[in-house]
Design a protein. Structure first.
Length: 177
């Protein structure tokens, strides 16, 4: 049991004092993790940590110790920025990823617009090639199913043979994007 056995808690060991039965550090700083208290002591000071823990209800002290240990470790690793360095770096990552997400969403919108415009055009192109090969625009055995539904498209195709070259140009433009 920490604080009640032969070996003092990590805090009392470092502070070279007797570890009392009601030692406020003992539940959170076991003797087998000396570095945990060493950093907290270096950054916050043992008496400040003692006071902070005494001011808290017992059920909140574990979380308080965890956050102090995290902050102290970060401050030891990065004496200038401490855990603010980690927070700032993560905020930059979040901003960068939000930008990437916005770009990706914009690309999705563009691709969907291109698809909704170019899929019927390609279909029409196939129909017209078929028309030129066998002279029958309605026999398209190797064509995939039409989307949107084919009647309107066929209707449109019959009246747009003259637009063939401009369709080819627009497909060329899409494929360059
Ligand atoms: Zn102790």
């Amino acid at each position: 049991m920490p604080g009640s056995g032969m070996s003092p808690c990590a805090a009392c060991k470092l502070l070279r004092r007797r570890c009392a039965k009601d030692c406020v550090f003992a539940p959170y700083f076991p003797p087998d993790e000396p570095q945990k208290f060493a950093n907290v002591h270096k950054v916050f000071g043992a008496s400040n940590v003692n006071k902070m823990l005494q001011d808290l209800p017992v059920e909140a002290r574990g979380d308080a110790v965890s956050s102090m240990v995290y902050e102290a470790d970060a401050r030891v690793r990065d004496p200038v920025y401490g855990c603010v360095g980690a927070i700032s770096s993560l905020q930059q990552q979040v901003a960068h990823l939000q930008t990437q997400l916005a770009v990706a969403n914009a690309e999705i919108v563009c691709i969907r617009m291109h698809q909704s415009q170019s899929v019927p055009n390609q279909q029409q192109h196939q129909h017209q090639q078929q028309h030129m090969e066998d002279g029958n625009p309605l026999i398209t055995s190797n064509s995939p199913p039409l989307t949107p539904s084919s009647p309107n498209l066929n209707q449109h195709m019959k009246s747009s043979v003259g637009g063939y070259e401009s369709l080819e140009i627009s497909e060329h433009l899409w494929s360059q994007n």
